[in-house]
Ligand binder design. Sequence first.
Ligand SMILES: [Zn+2]
Length: 74
Amino acid sequence: MSAQPEHAPPPGRIVAYEHPELAGVLLCPEHSQEYPGSVPLAPGDLPDGGYCSHGTPDGHVCARAFPMKKRTSR
Ligand SMILES: [Zn+2]
């Protein structure tokens, strides 16, 4: 399943995806493919950053970090 939703932002701007059923649960582009209907997020949608919450059956969590939009000055 590699079809892209028509409302998706330009590919280069997508930094993460939101779980289609669990609000606030983030997924990396790789794992979003396992959740049809995932919502593409641009950097502006992730002001605080986040990480991929995809868990595997054997208990590992992806935890891939997404960049924050705001820069910390210190
Ligand atoms: Zn992931």
